[in-house]
Design a binder for this molecule. Structure first.
Ligand code: GLY
Length: 331
């Protein structure tokens, strides 16, 4: 297929994806599909034990179990595959791709997702590293003292902490020396102008077991449509689920808004949500011509991007949109 004029390969992502950019850009330069590139980048982040928000080494739920969510979407076919609340497999993005390519389904959750992973030959392993366990335990010991029996009761006990975390993830990250609410999202455009998106997370640390955010939900955590563009979200997934944020950006573009205005509208939709835990959502978006932006309802957020002539990814500030709709560019 001939390259669409003016379109060059491109990677756009949350900052923690930088560990996979070399491989992703190598693939795109060699003519690989956007789909192959996003999966390759996310896989490397999932393998990174230092990232406590994704894959192996991710922070666990309240019970101390690492539960992972991931999704991939191909903007050429609008096919998507996802897994949610998956335990015991370090690369949920690869399993999500298998769901997309081999099943008549989009999303598998929990034990069904694990059974499918086993059947596809993925290796089962303990994902909780000593470092992640220590962070998890520190919170429990600091906050819980004597644990009440039953996770549900314990969760109520933890509500004060959960509220503080949801309202101020930056402070929690400072306290624990690591991001505790992160996600990796990657959007790629290939030499043919095709778009794809991949997302992966261990979700909200200390989450209620079985809690699923936006990351594995097509339309919420990510969406790609070659005709208009692609978008993906990090931050408080409950808000992106309710506002269907990634699809909204693409739909606003379909309805004629330029990329920047589409992203701004999607942030304004987040402000309309009533949510006592309301906190940050950052969205990353690319249009069909390869223009890219990061937008957030929090100040100081950044994203990274790389094109083939760049030796390494560049970090850019996200546009902050305030509740009054004011835009603020850069720090
Ligand atoms: N955005 C990731 C999550 O809320 O789980």
């Amino acid at each position: 297929m001939r390259a669409r004029s003016g379109v060059h390969p491109l990677l756009v992502a949350s900052k923690n994806a930088d560990v996979g950019f070399e491989e992703g850009m190598r693939l795109l330069r060699a003519g690989a599909s956007a789909l192959d590139a996003v999966v390759a980048v996310v896989r490397q982040v999932e393998d990174n034990p230092k990232d406590h928000t994704v894959g192996y080494g991710g922070l666990p739920n309240l019970r101390g179990e690492v539960e992972l969510d991931a999704m991939v979407m191909d903007g050429a076919t609008l096919k998507a595959g996802a897994v949610a609340a998956l335990k015991g497999f370090r690369n949920p993005i690869l399993i999500a791709r298998q769901v997309m390519e081999t099943l008549p389904h989009v999303l598998l959750a929990g034990e069904g997702a694990a059974q499918f992973a086993r059947e596809m030959g993925f290796e089962e392993e303990e994902l909780l590293t000593e470092e992640a366990r220590a962070i998890w335990k520190r919170r429990l010991e600091a906050d819980a003292g004597e644990l009440p029996p039953g996770v549900a009761r314990y969760y109520r006990h933890m509500a004060r902490f959960a509220r503080a975390l949801a309202k101020d993830p930056e402070a929690a990250a400072e306290e624990y020396g690591t991001d505790v609410t992160g996600t990796v999202v990657v959007i790629a455009q290939d030499q043919q102008g095709r778009l794809a998106v991949a997302t992966s997370t261990s979700g909200w640390a200390w989450k209620y077991p079985g809690r699923v955010g936006d990351t594995p939900i097509p339309g919420a955590g990510g969406y790609a449509d070659n005709r208009y563009g692609a978008a993906a979200c990090t931050g408080r997934g409950e808000m992106a689920v309710r506002a269907v944020t990634a699809r909204s950006v693409v739909l606003y573009m379909k309805m004629g808004l330029p990329l920047w205005n589409a992203a701004r509208e999607a942030v304004l939709d987040l402000y309309a949500l009533e949510d006592e835990f309301a906190s940050g959502v950052t969205l990353y978006a690319v249009d069909a011509h390869g223009n890219h932006v990061g937008f957030s309802n929090r100040e100081g957020r950044t994203y990274i991007f790389q094109t083939p002539h760049m030796a390494s990814p560049e970090e850019r500030p996200c546009v902050f949109v305030g509740p009054d709709g004011q835009w603020q560019f850069g720090p």
